[in-house]
Design a protein around this ligand. Sequence first.
Ligand SMILES: Nc1nc2c(ncn2[C@@H]2O[C@H](COP(=O)(O)OP(=O)(O)OP(=O)(O)O)[C@@H](O)[C@H]2O)c(=O)[nH]1
Ligand SMILES: [Zn+2]
Length: 213
Amino acid sequence: MTAVEQVEQSSSTPVRRGPAVPGRDVFDRARAEAAVRELLLACGEDPDRAGLLETPARVARAYREMFDGLYTDPDEVLSTTFDEGHDELVLVKDIPTYSTCEHHLVSFHGVAHVGYIPGENGRVTGLSKLARVVDLYAKRPQVQERLTGQVADALVRRLEPRGVIVVMEAQHLCMAMRGIRKPGSSTTTSAVRGLFKTSAASRAEALQLIRSR
Ligand SMILES: Nc1nc2c(ncn2[C@@H]2O[C@H](COP(=O)(O)OP(=O)(O)OP(=O)(O)O)[C@@H](O)[C@H]2O)c(=O)[nH]1
Ligand SMILES: [Zn+2]
């Protein structure tokens, strides 16, 4: 039995346990709609007033889209590879990225920079695939550090490169619109693997290219 199939029967509604299985769409639209309706009621709103009638369905659709990366296997995206014999840095900068903070379920967003040096196999992937991998890991309940590391690890798994560097700069709405309320503050995270970890010179070169405008 998979994690998703492990279902606990509570008084009336089944509760799913464990992570979604990539490649399998387990999104429960009816349940999401009921939850949004319940949240509106809990906030003291009237979900039956005209302006809110369609809101549960809209929000359910939005969450299905925002969490698309739970149901799609990011490794599949990296199955398109070419043997180019290229053995120097490939860097895609400024990939616009929207993710959802798993603590508050509000957006954190910014840009991701993804670079790698192909391995002895000379294997590269399509440039768009780098952005697709970022997107799929972003479209999950996330924290920025994990997102950054997951993208790096996916590249290590699929390309077996000599090194990978992923840098992400993002603003967290949970720090801007509520709580500490510091709009404009930004968070930078990095994940380095292989050569970028062992060689300060390679790391410095990549970081300088990432910074240059
Ligand atoms: N490290 C890390 N922290 C995050 C990220 N997104 C949100 N957080 C933080 O997660 C923490 C959750 O803290 P809690 O004390 O459990 O929640 P809270 O009472 O809502 O915290 P405040 O935001 O300080 O009001 C907060 O400090 C957030 O800023 C992230 O991507 N990475
Ligand atoms: Zn948050």
